[in-house]
Design a protein. Structure first.
Length: 115
């Protein structure tokens, strides 16, 4: 809000293109790009993690290594916790772009769904 010479307070036009692009459009697009990227990275990490597990299973089959189920479950739990904290960090950071934070976070979830 700004104050005019007549000491009246002017309210910004919330339907103007300048307001909408700056406060809704741009944060939404940024959030969507981050969400899309995050989804692709999760898929890549799952692909590489799955390949590592298959290699461990094959090396166990041929007697090269030995893996316990508890160790494998612990590694999967640790990886899941890291992914959750990373996702929470991204959404929190995107929420701070605008005053309400809704458009950035919404864009993230849309980008994650689309990715």
């Amino acid at each position: 809000m700004t104050q005019n010479i007549n000491n009246t307070v002017s309210v910004p036009d919330i339907f103007s293109s300048t307001f909408l692009v700056g406060n809704v459009g741009a944060p939404f697009v940024i959030g969507m790009a981050v969400g899309y990227f995050a989804k692709k990275m999760v898929r890549t990490a799952l692909f590489l993690g799955g390949a590592a597990v298959v290699l461990l299973f094959a090396s166990e089959y041929y007697g090269i290594t030995e893996i316990s189920d508890a160790q494998l479950q612990y590694a999967a739990t640790a990886a899941t916790d890291v992914a959750k904290s990373s996702g929470n960090f991204l959404v929190k950071r995107l929420s701070s772009i605008t005053s309400k934070g809704v458009s950035g976070a919404a864009g993230f979830f849309v980008g994650f769904k689309v990715g």
